[in-house]
Design a protein around this ligand. Structure first.
Ligand code: SF4
Length: 316
């Protein structure tokens, strides 16, 4: 029996310290199908909000985790295997968390549903919201995020502006750059205008660091990232990781745990070692038999080797 069904981590994250992930939608339900997505292709693209998993069960798991686990947590992060604001009970979940702990709540979202006042209100009790904005021109947006048909990008951007006016917590806006797709000068200028309207507290500049959903998604170099950071000014920082989708809590059947993690997204030995808190050499002795058996595939990306396992389709 799984110890925790909806909790992942704690995962070390540069942005959120030690973060416990809370997965609010099954893999992989999202409003977008980003070319750079590291957890695979969207199997259910939708704008429909519903209680994908029971609010009561999520809160009970969080409460149990906080009671039973000794490790300290810096943030409870709502995100996971798809877009968390698609969960219609996200506001009740944040409120429920606030009733049981003072650990700050972060929401990792693509921001797509911010046109909906109900979604903005649902997030009002969070401490940090990390929305993404990878494009501001329709054609670039369609190319990089591949949204639900006829989705209004303009409505989403206006929603971000409105959210900023009302939200008292921190907004860390993330932009993920793919070479030749959303990094040209015209788009950067439009992004800067949009940022001036949204007024986030921080701008996180990111690129692809793990095998993406599509081969056409190519990362920027560190030099190119630094140049963009300079262009966006003081509030911008370069993020050396992609932590929008943390990976599952360690269960002590190591081989099963490795497979479970790699079904969600491809990872390097180093990533796995950090996330599972097991030395790389020890992990390798578990991985190699799984590679020989064909349960794990080896894939190279950039200068690194990544491992991945066949995905489980889980739409309940
Ligand atoms: S990166 Fe996030 S927003 Fe984009 S398709 Fe993947 S889950 Fe959805």
């Amino acid at each position: 029996m799984k110890r925790y069904q909806y909790l992942y981590g704690p995962v070390p994250s540069r942005r959120l310290g030690k973060s416990l992930g809370i997965d609010l939608v099954p893999h992989k339900i999202c409003t977008y199908d980003c070319i750079y997505c590291q957890i695979g292709k969207t199997t259910q693209k939708t704008l429909i909000r519903k209680e994908y998993i029971p609010v009561k069960e999520v809160l009970a798991e969080i409460e149990r985790f906080l009671r039973e686990e000794t490790s300290s947590i810096d943030y409870l992060s709502l995100g996971g295997s798809g877009e968390p604001t698609l969960h219609s009970g996200i506001g009740r979940i944040i409120k429920g968390i606030k009733a049981i702990t003072s650990i700050p709540v972060a929401v990792l979202t693509n921001g797509a549903l911010f046109y909906d006042q109900g979604v903005r209100e649902d997030l009002s009790m969070a401490d940090v919201v990390l929305p993404s904005m990878d494009a501001v021109s329709r054609d670039v947006f369609e190319k990089v995020n591949r949204p639900y048909p006829n989705f209004s990008m303009e409505g989403m951007l206006e929603g971000l502006v409105e959210f900023r006016k009302a939200f008292k917590g921190q907004i860390w806006l993330e932009i993920l750059f793919c070479k030749g797709v959303n990094d040209h000068q015209d788009e950067l200028l439009r992004m800067r205008e949009a940022i001036n309207r949204i007024q986030p507290d921080q701008i996180h500049i990111n690129t692809i660091v793990r095998p993406p959903s599509e081969k056409l998604a190519v990362p920027l170099s560190q030099k190119e990232m630094e140049k963009i950071r300079g262009f966006f000014g003081d509030r911008a920082i370069v993020i050396p990781e992609f932590d929008r989708h943390p990976f599952p809590l360690a269960e002590r059947d190591i081989k099963e745990e490795i497979l479970k993690i790699l079904r969600r997204r491809p990872l390097s030995l180093n990533d796995l070692s950090k996330g599972m808190d097991i030395p790389a050499e020890e992990l390798e002795s578990h991985i190699q038999p799984l590679v020989l058996k064909g349960s794990i595939r080896v894939r190279s990306f950039g200068d690194s080797i990544f491992y991945e396992a066949e995905k489980e389709i889980d739409i309940s």
